[in-house]
Design a protein around this ligand. Structure first.
Ligand code: BGC
Length: 744
């Protein structure tokens, strides 16, 4: 089937006869500005009132570089009128700008990165913990509150589009952008990214889910061609997007730089026209990642709606209005395709409230916003190990704080998500440290203790300080960034630093600030490890409050930590070491078996399993029930705080076919549902959850359907993917349904 034709005919049905025969609206009649009408009707009416040049304004976006350099671009590419408009109206210092149509009251689109906060080189903002960190909260209210906060800052700084939530799965543990995403499991990742988007859009602005799709490594990101079957995609990377889109309802989707099965992400009939627009019924628009545009007509016909990130003089000629005008004139792009592109953009602006509630610059309560970020970090940091209950620190008289620039701040990830933080960034070797130093925060939370600091440059000096202190807290950092992939080995001398300190003082705590997983060759020597990820603008405070026990740690890993390089599905990173933009090919033959699913199929034991996370109190999970209800499975269980202090417990429900290969699954088990409950000592709660039918099924490309295979299944409950304590068996009948039907 030609999905271009299919989606165009759907578009024609949506447009209806009145718009296909559209006439400019009579002057003065502006039905699209009537909030009582539906977004569909308003978008249709506004489109009908637009001239061709006005339509073309909406489908091209200009990067910040273009804003400063557009005057040098030849007039036959960007008209003098448009240049003047861009310079006068763009928010300087942010990601991009799409001119509106003032005559009709259609606003400019002012676009800012990204998931941890407003990124504008000229405007300070509040940084959340990384998206991977907030996914570790296992509580969608955390990213939702964070999204509401950063979205409010976007509004208050004049931006009506946020280029966030990232939801690419952590298929490649070294992916330099894993910290911008929400983990390795489609349900967890989709739920958390969806909640962030929902929070952002509660501010009547548009949020852009990204990077669609299978953009799972940064190495050669603009030339990598990924081969993956439709089945594997639908059950992994695409399922994460599908769930996030259902939960967050983003107005736009950013297509990715890479190729998927030989077609560019932004020129991909299967992904854009069939899966996204046809099967999922997406009514918003697809914008390109910055500059990820390779043609005019093919891109438009294969589903790209907004050509975004035009850079400057010399940029690709097909990346501007005149090329599209020519393609329309020659018939290479049907006129109704342009109308569909524009209508989708208008729909998003109306539906999300960006037209009715225009953004306005206004004051920001940064102190209140910092508390949102601090709470997010407190709910997200993961206590990986705590032998002998070394943590929380109690009655210590002296503490050696070592390494990680802990006297200066906490690390943030690099690239387009790297914000200008309130209070100013501390730049060390071109890396941003957010100015909340753990050292000062520990001093504040342990006023009676003598706290010494050693930078960790010389392990012997650090060990000497540790030896004369009651306890040592070593900070290690691992920098990750957009544009290249990282390493799982800690940089520089940090492994030997930890080993030397632990040798000198067995009461050693390691705090890791990292984009994702790292190896820990010193793990056996160290009783306590706290994974802080990139913990945000109040990260120092959150670390100190957890280490000293003011807050109970309650994060659980959203990714597996591999024990060694040979556990990776692709030990050699495709394209690493080759010159940039070398055409490289990778076959994802692990398919949908990502993270813990991969480990399960291979029988590998990771260093730390997906879902793992300790607390200072204890939780008991009990009374698991599971029953079939149509295509879904309904689950209940109780969670009780059996310890001595208040805390937040997490119950994770996994589903397993008795014979996973016969059921066509990629792996023995999948996360089916999860919940987090805040409980006082002795308190318990009964939780009711529903397992989405797609998590019980396989996708079948032949027939284009989801299929639950008849057989015996097991529902298991635990507090980690490798610690499952309750089981219920049930039989499921054979059921199949179209992949483009709305799920029950
Ligand atoms: C990144 C996107 C980002 C865009 C605009 C690109 O390089 O991949 O995530 O939104 O730039 O800054």
């Amino acid at each position: 089937m030609n999905w271009t034709a299919a989606s165009l005919s759907i578009c024609a049905m949506l447009l209806g006869p009145s718009v296909q025969a559209a006439q400019p609206a009579a002057a003065g009649a502006r039905p699209w500005l009537n909030p009582a009408l539906s977004a569909d009707a308003r978008a249709r009416a506004a489109l009908a009132a637009m001239t061709l040049d006005e339509k073309l304004r909406l489908v091209f976006g200009y990067s910040d570089q273009a804003v400063t350099e557009v005057s040098k671009v030849p007039d036959d590419i960007v008209s003098p009128e448009l240049k003047a408009y861009i310079v006068a109206h763009a928010v300087k210092g942010s990601a991009g700008f799409v001119p509106g149509v003032p005559r009709l009251g259609i606003p400019d689109q002012t676009q800012t990165d990204a998931s941890i906060g407003v990124r504008n080189s000229l405007i300070p903002s509040t940084a959340l913990p990384s998206s991977l960190a907030t996914a570790a909260s296992f509580d969608p209210e955390v990213p939702r509150a964070g999204g509401a906060m950063i979205g409010a800052e976007a509004r208050a700084t004049g931006h009506n589009t946020m280029l966030s939530g990232g939801v690419n799965l952590a298929r490649e543990p070294r992916n330099g952008r894993n910290f911008e995403y929400t983990g390795e499991d489609p349900l967890l990742a989709g739920t958390m990214a969806g909640a962030l988007i929902d929070g952002i859009q509660s501010n009547h602005i548009v949020s852009t889910i990204k990077h669609y799709a299978v953009n799972d490594q940064e190495t050669q990101r603009t030339s990598l061609d990924v081969t993956i079957s439709a089945e594997a995609m639908r059950q992994s990377d695409l399922l994460a997007f599908e769930l996030a889109m259902e939960k967050g309802k983003p107005g736009s989707v950013m297509c990715s730089y890479n190729l998927i099965n030989g077609r560019w992400g932004c020129e991909n009939d299967y992904l854009l026209n069939k899966v996204l627009k046809h099967d999922w019924g997406f009514k918003g628009f697809v914008m390109s990642d910055w500059g990820a545009v390779h043609s005019t007509a093919d891109a438009a016909n294969d589903g790209l709606d907004q050509f975004t990130g035009f850079c400057c003089v010399g940029d690709k000629p097909w990346f501007a209005p005149p090329a599209m005008k020519q393609a329309l004139q020659s018939g290479r792009i049907p006129e109704r395709r342009l109308d569909d592109m524009v209508e989708r953009i208008l729909w998003a602006l109306f539906d999300k409230g960006a037209v009715d509630d225009p953004v306005r610059r206004s004051p920001i309560d940064y102190a209140a916003h910092a508390l949102v970020s601090e709470k997010a970090a407190e709910d997200s940091l993961v206590l990986l190990k705590n032998d002998g209950d070394l943590l929380p620190l109690r009655g210590v008289k002296s503490v050696a704080v070592i390494g990680g620039n802990a006297d200066k701040g906490v690390l943030a990830g690099g690239g387009s998500s790297d914000v200008t933080p309130v209070g100013g960034a501390v730049m060390i070797k071109d890396r941003t440290f957010l100015p909340d130093a753990p050292l000062a925060e520990l001093q504040r939370t342990l006023p009676g203790a003598r706290i010494g600091f050693d930078a960790g440059t010389d392990p012997r000096a650090a060990a000497a300080l540790a030896a004369k202190s009651d306890v040592a807290v070593v900070f290690v950092t691992q920098y990750d960034s957009e544009g290249y992939d990282g390493s799982l080995e800690l940089e520089g001398n940090q492994d030997s630093l930890v080993a030397a300190v632990a040798n000198a003082n067995p009461r050693t705590v390691v705090v890791i600030e990292s984009g994702g997983a790292v190896f820990m060759p010193w793990l056996r020597q160290v009783p306590a490890v706290l994974e802080a990820f990139y913990p945000g603008i109040r990260g120092g405070a959150a670390i100190a409050r957890i280490v000293t026990g003011r807050v109970d740690p309650s994060g659980h890993l959203p990714i597996s930590f591999p024990a060694s390089p040979d556990q990776l599905a692709h030990p050699d990173l495709p394209g690493r070491g080759l010159p940039n933009e070398t055409p490289v090919h990778v076959t994802y033959d692990e398919g949908a078996a990502i993270g813990y699913k991969w480990y399960d199929t291979r029988g590998y034991r990771p260093l730390f399993a997906f879902g793992h996370g300790l607390s200072y109190t204890r939780f008991a999970l009990s009374n698991l029930t599971a029953r079939r209800d149509g295509r879904t499975v309904r689950v209940t269980f109780s969670i009780r705080n059996t310890g001595k202090r208040e805390g937040k417990g997490v119950g994770q429900v996994y589903v397993m076919p008795a014979d996973w290969k016969a059921a066509g699954w990629e792996a023995p088990k999948r996360l089916g549902a999860f919940a987090k409950a805040g409980l006082k000592p002795g308190q318990s709660r009964t939780v009711e959850l529903t397992v989405d039918p797609r998590l019980l099924a396989t996708y079948e490309a032949a027939g284009d359907k989801w299929h639950i295979h008849a057989g015996d299944y097991r529902v298991v409950l635990g507090d980690s993917s490798d610690h499952l304590t309750q089981t219920v068996d049930l039989a499921l009948p054979d059921q199949a349904w179209s992949a483009s039907a709305a799920p029950d």
